[in-house]
Design a protein around this ligand. Structure first.
Ligand code: PAF
Length: 286
């Protein structure tokens, strides 16, 4: 397994594979890998085959964190991540630093960003205004460096995946985007690097996000329910986890991400819930 930290070196390698007709599968991550990430790696391998190259990037991207968010505290363990990648048969781990990804930023010279102007306004985008600009910018840059044929994103970040797909379409990136299912702990909690922040009591209650998705599914199984009614019922439902503080719950069209007034089967639900300072998200098709 090769570890590459220079942007130019990554791009040179990728160009060489491209010229040789080798397929490149790419999984962008911020590290602190768990089985959810590894399932994306397996999907990438499936897509490019044994003769293809699987690249994983590990980079905690500062531009997708607001000054008030958890950038400095974001969990990191490169040694463990590299072992997991090696065990999973990853070919290249790309570990750039800030100076490689945003040259001149500290001196105020870095000035080019990619902004998706529609899907990023709701839900996560409404409560984290700089977040998606950072995500689209770094993913566009990573695509230019890794030159992937296929890139795998997790369904847990449903809105992120929708925005990346839109960006790829709008900016003509020659890459196929695959959205792989959310991996869950045995009790149903979606796997996330942020789960590490939860203490034992918060962890036990965090499964309420998954249960809320199930409760909404059951509530609309027989007939549509208004979004307003369902939101009220779910707020009441969440009181079963006294440590949970609801940030938002939304019901929306999975293509446009626009809210729906009547929630029926096939609509999508997303929610964000705080446990102390830790903010967890989850989503599902109802
Ligand atoms: O989903 C993530 O881990 C990040 O948003 C991504 C796609 C690696 C960009 O920094």
């Amino acid at each position: 397994m090769r570890i590459v930290s220079r942007a130019a070196a990554m791009q040179q390698l990728a160009l060489r594979w491209k010229r040789a007709g080798v397929k490149i599968g790419f999984v962008p991550t911020m590290g602190y890998l768990h089985d959810g990430h590894l399932s994306l790696v397996r999907e990438a391998r499936k897509r490019v085959g044994k003769n293809g190259i699987v690249v994983v990037s590990i980079y905690v991207n500062p531009t997708q964190f607001a000054p008030t968010e958890d950038l400095s505290k974001y969990p990191r363990d490169l040694k463990r991540d590299l072992k997991l990648c090696r065990d999973e048969g990853v070919d290249v781990v790309f570990t750039p630093g800030d100076a490689e990804m945003y040259p001149g930023k500290a001196e105020g010279k870095y000035s080019t960003y990619v902004v998706e102007e529609n899907l990023g306004r709701v839900m996560e985008g409404a409560v984290r205004p700089v977040h998606f600009r950072g995500v689209t910018t770094v993913v566009a840059k990573l695509f230019n460096l890794v030159l992937p044929d296929v890139s795998i994103f997790g369904q847990k970040d449903f809105q992120q995946a929708a925005i990346i797909k839109r960006m790829v379409m709008d900016l003509n990136f020659p890459v196929q985007i695959i959205v792989a299912p959310t991996r869950r702990e045995p009790d149903g909690l979606a796997m996330s690097s942020r789960n590490k922040y939860l203490d034992a009591e918060q962890r036990a209650q965090a499964v309420i996000l998954f249960h809320a998705l199930q409760a909404a599914k059951n509530a609309i199984a027989k007939k549509p329910v208004t979004a307003a009614r369902l939101k009220k019922d779910l707020q009441a439902f969440l009181t079963a986890a006294p440590l949970a503080r609801l940030d938002y719950v939304e019901f929306f069209d999975p293509e446009t991400l626009q809210p729906v007034a009547q929630v029926k089967r096939g609509a999508h639900m997303a929610l964000a819930v705080y446990f102390g300072k830790t903010r967890l998200i989850d989503n599902a098709k109802l």
